[in-house]
Design a protein around this ligand. Structure first.
Ligand code: APR
Ligand code: MG
Length: 294
């Protein structure tokens, strides 16, 4: 099959595509990210994703979160701006927030959504509205993916590049199959999905695959079992969105994200081993892994 291009993501790949820093720059130069995240009991996901975006070089972080939970983000993510979204007073966003979101969406370079959102109540309607109306690239993870599984045709209504970052279980949900089936044939599953829906698919797990709509495949070489712990995927979402915000092409943002995310895990494992790594450790390692590859 000569038309199929497979690439390995390694040092060489990323060195060429890391967004540059310029002495004559300011925070506007490195992009504005809107992160739609959070629901009762799942505030950590957005904190991890948001911090990861900042540690990857982002200029400005805006957090769209349920109004009744803003205190959490205000105290944990002191470098960000919190945008309260209409919610049901118990910590789940409602359709009422679509109007305010439109205003927030107008001023940013990338929108990331999904970590810790839950799939309850109006979350699906809010996510579908963003997919249909966004004028900037989208990075969709976790519960963003889970609600799209229930209405996958919405992907055809998007006018912008979309990155989806499913783990094998989420990929299976998108396809209506089982995680085992996904894992048996990871490359073809990711490739077919990207072609069919015109999206960039980041199929996570050992040897994460980045699949492009044109059929090309990039296979990651970093990462280890220490990363099999809650919240590490949220960190990846923030990293990918951050690199795109800083000016990387959308698929390059995905490649940079998965490579550096895995490299964080590999670096930490050298001292901590693969047992006790937690997601927050990855976030703190990001500046060092980027510096090591400049
Ligand atoms: N080797 C290399 N990388 C790994 C390994 C491994 N053995 N195990 C996990 N990883 C990496 C994956 O490639 C991915 O980048 O760790 C990350 C795990 O991401 P997720 O599966 O999304 O895990 P998590 O962050 O806990 O998800 C948070 O969102 O996806 C939902 O159901 C999930 O509620 C959970 C939440
Ligand atoms: Mg996840």
């Amino acid at each position: 099959k000569f038309d199929i291009k497979n690439y390995i993501i390694d040092d060489e790949t990323v060195r060429k595509i890391i967004p540059k820093r310029y002495s004559d720059s300011n925070k506007g130069s490195y992009g504005k990210l809107l992160l739609l995240t959070g629901s009762r009991g799942m505030t950590g996901a957005g904190c991890l994703a948001g911090k990861a975006a900042l540690r990857s070089g982002l200029g400005l972080l805006y957090l769209g979160v349920p109004a009744s939970l803003t205190n959490v983000y205000d105290s944990i993510l002191i470098e960000s701006v919190t945008l309260p979204l209409e919610d049901d007073d118990t910590g789940y966003i409602t359709k009422g927030c679509i109007e305010s979101l439109k205003e927030y969406m107008a001023g940013v370079d990338v929108i990331a959504l999904g970590p810790g959102l839950s799939t309850k109540g109006d979350v699906g309607d809010v996510v579908f509205s963003i997919v249909e109306n966004s004028k900037v690239p989208l990075v969709i993870d976790a519960d963003g993916i889970n609600v799209i599984s229930k209405n996958i045709e919405v992907l055809k209504k998007s006018n912008v590049p979309v990155v989806l970052t499913p783990h094998p279980g989420e990929m299976a949900r998108l396809l209506g199959t089982s995680p085992e089936e996904v894992q048996k044939n990871r490359i073809n599953v990711a490739r077919d999905f990207s072609r069919k829906w015109n999206v960039i698919t980041v199929l996570k797990g050992s040897r994460t695959i980045v699949a492009l709509p044109d059929g090309s495949i990039y296979i990651n070489t970093t990462g280890n079992s220490g990363m099999a712990t809650g919240g590490t995927g949220d960190v990846l979402t923030g990293m990918i969105a951050s690199f795109i915000c800083q000016g990387a092409k959308v698929h390059e943002g995905a490649i940079l994200g998965v490579y550096f995310h895995g490299l964080c895990g590999d670096n930490i494992a050298k001292t901590k081993g693969e047992y006790g790594i937690i997601a927050g450790d990855l976030v703190e390692e990001i500046p060092y892994v980027i510096k090591s590859r400049l």
